[in-house]
Design a protein around this ligand. Structure first.
Ligand code: GLN
Length: 500
């Protein structure tokens, strides 16, 4: 699959170096498109006023520079829970409405130092809590494939932006599936790296022990380049690990499919799984086996408890992380005439939406004296079992394959009244966060209504290169389609290549 505008990042860099387009043209093109489609999709919460200026500066620099990095001038959108200096960071919450960041997240600043251009900040479920982007205080994002359906979440804006061709690359965060599930719903690749691969500094914390930042892209190569650029130790995040990011490039080019062992946890493919998704999964398995990939049955019995464990741990961490939003330090304050305590209460009551309040209550309850042993500690024990089970599975296989989501993109309102059914959206993705493992979603065709279906690959720690090599192969077997909206609203700058 080629990105309709430039093909891959490598094609973009070639076109740029041959002078077929200027960075200013490219940036203006994507910004115009973003504005033209904003009513239809609502993928972005703010646009970078400085993007055109930066493109001009980079155009000038390119005249002097002999060997620019591939990312020089590459347009990018960033989930609005990642800080970018001088831009707003709202987390799609009233409590941070209008809040301007004083610093830039390490992940983003590494891309900027290689020359990337930030176009906009993208919509999300408030504080990344949700699976549909319906929990945004600033209105939901719509799925570019069908505007009556959700784009998934919580990084729905970032996934929709790439699917609708508003940007060739975007960043999201994934605590339980928030990159991979919207990637599946929007028909693009989304990667959650190994915990510790990419610094979380500058990411507004939801559940710090589970959060990871990762890219959305159309092509596996582009996702790889983004991760390599962002990866590595960071003194501002003590959970980052000093590993050479180049190992991912090496694994990506050296992975051979013949003899690769693909783990299949078939006990997880039970009743709740949509029929079309089951069929796409079988097609992928068949195609991979004709490449010489061998299947191994693996047992992930405790994975079934993933959702339960997650909603104890993630809400506990969230309740603690969200204490900082009290009307004193950041953003919104409800300053009535009452006491300090009333100011706290009213600020948080008016500032937070329903789902965020629900999580804070759940987490506070799970951590309260007397219940800690019954819930929090027990959940940590089951998490250890899930981790162990994955390690055992990875002694028998190299990569595990599952669906990304049990259902195709659902309609607005379908699950908002039933939080438990919303929580089940992440049944396949959540365990990778609990075990700290890298995982991705790659498009595998469409369901009976023509909506995108994704398959999910999970690997042992630090196997992003191998996972992406497999994703590239799956994309090759079944070139991804793009939603109709892709062809609308203007043409790419002359000479940019891509769709004819
Ligand atoms: N959907 C899950 C939740 O609501 C996961 C969110 C995420 O990964 N940030 O918590």
């Amino acid at each position: 699959m080629k990105n309709p505008f430039f093909g891959s990042l490598a094609d973009f860099a070639r076109g740029r170096d041959e002078g077929r387009f200027s960075l200013e043209e490219v940036t203006a093109y994507f910004l115009d498109r973003t504005r033209a489609l904003s009513g239809e999709i609502n993928a972005c919460l703010s646009v970078n006023d400085n993007a055109i200026n930066r493109a001009r500066q980079l155009d000038n620099r390119l005249r002097r520079e002999k060997a620019p990095s591939a990312l020089t001038g590459y347009p990018l959108m960033v989930k609005d829970n990642l800080e970018v200096r001088d831009m707003t960071t709202t987390c799609a919450s009233r409590i941070l409405e209008g809040y301007r960041s004083l610093r830039t997240a390490t992940s983003v600043s590494r891309l900027l130092s290689l020359g990337a251009i930030i176009l906009a900040k993208t919509n999300l479920d408030e504080f990344a809590m949700g699976s549909s982007t319906e929990n945004s205080a600033f209105g939901p994002t719509r799925n570019p494939w069908d505007p009556t359906r959700v784009p998934g979440g919580s990084s729905g804006g970032s996934a929709a932006a790439v699917a609708a061709g508003l940007a060739p690359l975007s960043l999201g965060s994934d605590t339980g599936g928030s990159i991979r599930q919207p990637a599946a719903f929007c028909g693009v690749i989304g990667v959650k790296p190994t915990y510790g691969r990419i610094s979380r500094s500058g990411l507004v914390a939801f559940a710090s022990s589970l959060d990871q930042i990762g890219p959305f892209a159309v092509e596996a190569e582009d996702a790889l380049e983004a991760i390599v650029a962002m990866a590595g130790a960071d003194p501002l995040d003590m959970t980052t690990v000093a590993r050479d990011p180049e190992e991912m490039r090496r694994d990506f080019s050296q992975t051979t499919l013949s003899g690769l062992r693909l783990g299949i946890p078939s006990a997880l493919f039970g009743d709740g799984l949509d029929g079309s998704i089951r069929e796409r999964l079988l097609e992928v398995r068949k195609a991979l086996s004709s490449d010489g990939v061998r299947e191994e049955e693996v047992d992930l019995a405790h994975a079934a408890m993933g959702i339960n464990v997650y909603y104890v741990l993630a809400t506990s961490e969230a309740a603690s992380n969200l204490c900082r939003f009290d009307g004193v330090r950041y953003g919104f304050r409800n300053s009535g005439t009452g006491s300090l305590r009333e100011m706290y209460e009213e600020t948080r009551d008016k500032g937070f939406g329903l789902e965020v309040k629900r999580r804070i209550l759940l987490g506070t309850f799970a951590l309260s004296a007397g219940y800690q042993e019954a819930f929090y500690r027990k959940a940590r024990k089951v998490q250890a079992l899930i981790r162990q089970e994955f390690l055992t599975a990875f002694s028998r296989c190299d990569v595990i394959l599952t669906p990304t989501s049990p259902t195709p993109p659902f309609a607005f309102g379908e699950k908002t009244g039933d939080p438990l059914s919303m929580y089940l959206s992440d049944i396949y993705t959540i365990t990778a966060n609990l075990a700290g493992l890298p995982a991705l979603s790659v498009p595998a065709g469409t369901d009976k209504n023509g909506l995108p279906v994704g398959v999910h690959l999970i690997g042992p720690p630090w196997s992003e290169g191998r996972l992406l090599a497999l994703a590239r192969e799956i994309s090759r077997q079944r070139p991804a389609e793009m939603p109709r909206v892709h062809a609308m609203h203007g043409n790419a700058p002359a000479g940019a290549g891509g769709r004819k």
